[in-house]
Design a protein around this ligand. Structure first.
Ligand code: URA
Length: 288
């Protein structure tokens, strides 16, 4: 069976509202063997159209022009609305940076609010800052962040094309998991970020992001790879956290399916393999 095209996968999405979650992911539902390449975070998905729009942000490198910023996104149609939303986003950031709603304010070095396009079609939500993020104030800049960056490149995107945030804006000491009351205290910031950014799709990285946004207690292994709508109506796709992928390289094949599914939902054509997977990435352990 030939590989499914992005268009076919989009149709799959249209025809597949979130239902009972089974393992294997959306691409697997389409005949995953053809898509389940062993070379996680590289490769080309055949076919697929690309709708280009003027004045939008584009991916890095020589990839096909993956259009990822939305002209109906956070800014909306009018300049006034655009300025209004940008002001609100800036004010939200200022509030978060002064936040003292939970104990993490006592131990943080920096508040890690988030970074990226303020007109993203894709938003990525992780768990909480680690040491590197706490030191720099930027999300996903440590080892897991470097893998996330490569994952984005594999689908033709740069970090600047998307918005990257976390459930918690402050680092839990010693990288312990977020405590439930910390998630509750921090959730209003995330909620406002999403409401102002209005991404078309939110990639939820790992259990904590998935639970915080979807309000589910299901594990990521059983829920990943399928679209799920949050109680607020946000369209999300849960997948593995890159830190988990670093510890569990065999899971990269499934994460790659999820990424390709995300790209297909957004109508992105994948870049050529040699762009998506530079020499260093060839050395990475791959899936089974
Ligand atoms: N892990 C996360 O979940 N977020 C970061 O910003 C860095 C590592």
């Amino acid at each position: 069976m030939p590989p499914a095209t992005p268009l076919e996968m989009s149709r799959t999405y249209e025809a597949s509202p979130v239902g009972p979650v089974a393992s294997g992911g959306a691409a697997a539902r389409e005949g995953g063997a053809a898509l389940a390449r062993p070379d996680a975070f590289g490769g080309v998905l055949a076919g697929g159209g690309l709708a280009t729009r003027p004045g939008v942000e584009r991916s890095a490198a020589a990839a096909p022009p993956a259009v990822i910023a939305s002209d109906a996104g956070v800014i909306g149609q009018s300049d006034q609305l655009s300025v209004f939303r940008a002001d609100l986003f800036g004010a939200l950031r200022t509030r978060a940076e002064a936040c003292r709603r939970c104990r993490l304010c006592e131990t943080r070095q920096r508040v890690v609010f988030g970074e990226g396009s303020t007109r993203p079609r894709l938003m990525i939500i992780g768990e909480a800052p680690g040491a590197a993020e706490d030191a720099t104030g930027l999300p996903f800049v440590g080892e897991a962040g470097q893998l996330l960056t490569r994952m984005l490149v594999a689908i033709g995107l740069s970090r600047a094309d998307v918005y990257i945030g976390n459930v918690l804006k402050c680092r839990p000491p010693a990288n312990r998991p977020p405590a439930p009351d910390e998630v509750v205290a921090c959730r209003p910031y995330l909620r406002e970020q999403i409401e102002l950014l209005r991404p078309e799709l939110i990639l939820l990285l790992g259990n904590h992001a998935t639970r915080a946004v979807l309000g589910t207690d299901r594990g990521i292994t059983s829920i990943r790879g399928r679209l799920a709508t949050s109680p607020e109506g946000w369209r999300t796709l849960p997948t593995y956290h890159p830190a988990y992928l670093l510890r569990t390289p065999r899971a990269k094949a499934e994460a790659w399916l999820d990424l390709k599914f995300a790209a297909s939902i957004l109508g992105l054509a994948l870049p050529p393999r040699d762009v998506a997977r530079p020499a260093a990435a060839e050395q990475e352990p791959t899936g089974p």
